[in-house]
Design a protein around this ligand. Structure first.
Ligand code: ZN
Ligand code: ZN
Length: 113
């Protein structure tokens, strides 16, 4: 069975937005429609904010726009220190310095007293 996967955005890519009705007209069978619905249902609305570290050099990866990179949602990340490209999850993620919430029983990061 053929799976629908959205291509990874690469630097400079423009996001392609297709309306649902345009998409439905492109389909040729109800099984294709079912697959598209499943793919859309599994897409997060926003990239998931995560504390990311390069698996090769262990430096922290923080995503932010630069002069040449608009920081679109992406799944594979490029380490600015060693050039390693890796995918921490099968959904778009964004590397942040720290997450904004903390669990009551969390032991990391250490509480600043
Ligand atoms: Zn690295
Ligand atoms: Zn990244």
């Amino acid at each position: 069975m053929q799976e629908y996967k959205l291509p990874d955005p690469t630097p400079g890519d423009v996001m392609l937005v297709v309306s649902i009705s345009q998409l439905v007209h492109m389909l040729t069978s109800t099984s294709e429609l079912t697959q598209v619905i499943r793919a859309v249902e599994n897409l997060p609305l926003f990239p998931i904010a995560m504390v990311l570290h390069c698996p090769q050099c262990h430096k922290q990866h923080i995503d932010s726009p630069t002069a040449t990179w608009k920081n679109p949602p992406h799944r594979s990340h490029l380490c600015a220190h060693c050039g390693c490209v890796w995918r921490p999850a099968d959904v778009p993620t964004t590397g942040v310095e720290a997450v904004t919430s903390r669990g009551r029983k969390d032991t990391w990061p250490l509480k600043s007293s």
